[in-house]
Design a protein around this ligand. Structure first.
Ligand code: SF4
Ligand code: SF4
Length: 247
């Protein structure tokens, strides 16, 4: 039996996130705006640049939306989504998940040190973005593709999001802060007693989360959940829904 809501959210989400990927790569601005390098350079000159604002907005949004940005708007996820049409293997939830936290800790350490040494001296939203040659933009964009595509091909769907994304910890930290203070926000909600333990939600989760176990234990908060809604769309018994709640 097909769920009457089958693909309800995916029909909206996939075109959005794939369009974001194509648009940002064509415009060649994403890898400058979210560059992990330019913000370090800005920090050591005491400049608040566009990346500083962009990363701040991401962490603020995560206080309400959790990791929804990842699956609905991140161009990197858009590439993963396209790759998922070809790569069916799921990436493992192994110790490799912690690599992204290590990358994040080293990177954020450099940024904080820079601003501690030089302070906030001025705001320059175009810093590092205007004086970039077309060739360098191409290298940056291709670099992102070279980072994500082989990882996904080798280790499975969404491997780069899970293992190396330097933005994911921002949202995971934001979500943890929200949960700690029991703030209202976008979450998954489950009705465990309606679950028929069919395992379809597990098969459909691109992050390879054990969704069924989370449903049965009524613990839907998972740091790797990107709120894509695949589990909601796939459940024939409408067990899982999006909810705006405190926990
Ligand atoms: S939540 Fe839905 S899809 Fe997942 S195991 Fe239960 S009934 Fe099946
Ligand atoms: S648990 Fe559901 S919403 Fe979260 S990543 Fe998996 S399929 Fe997407």
């Amino acid at each position: 039996m097909l769920n009457k809501n089958s693909h309800r959210f995916q029909r909206i989400r996939k075109p959005i996130v794939i369009s974001t990927a194509i648009l940002f790569h064509l415009l060649l601005i994403f890898h400058l705006l979210f560059s992990p390098v330019i913000i370090v350079s800005a920090a050591y000159k005491g400049i608040i640049n566009a990346s500083f604002i962009a990363f701040s907005i991401i962490i603020l949004l995560s206080l309400f939306f959790g990791r929804a940005y990842c699956s609905w708007f991140c161009p990197g996820c858009g590439i993963q989504e396209i790759m998922s049409s070809f790569v069916k293997k799921k990436s493992k939830n192994s110790k490799a998940l912690f690599i992204k936290y290590l990358i994040f800790a080293i990177w954020i350490g450099f940024i904080i040190t820079g601003y501690i040494i030089h302070g906030f001296q001025k705001i320059d939203l175009t810093y590092g973005m205007l004086d970039v040659t077309f060739e360098r933009k191409i290298i940056l964009t291709l670099g992102a593709i070279v980072l994500t595509v082989p990882l996904t091909a080798l280790f499975g769907q969404y491997a780069s999001c899970k293992y190396i994304c330097w933005q994911a910890p921002f949202m995971i930290i934001g979500t943890k802060i929200r949960d700690y203070f029991q703030l209202r926000g976008l979450r998954l909600k489950a009705e465990p007693e309606q679950c028929e333990t069919c395992n379809i939600c597990n098969a459909k989760c691109p992050m390879n989360i054990d969704v069924m176990a989370n449903v049965i234990n009524n613990k839907m908060n998972n740091a790797e959940c990107i709120l894509c809604g695949n589990c909601i769309d796939s459940c024939n018994h409408n067990v899982i829904t999006f909810s705006i709640a405190k926990h």
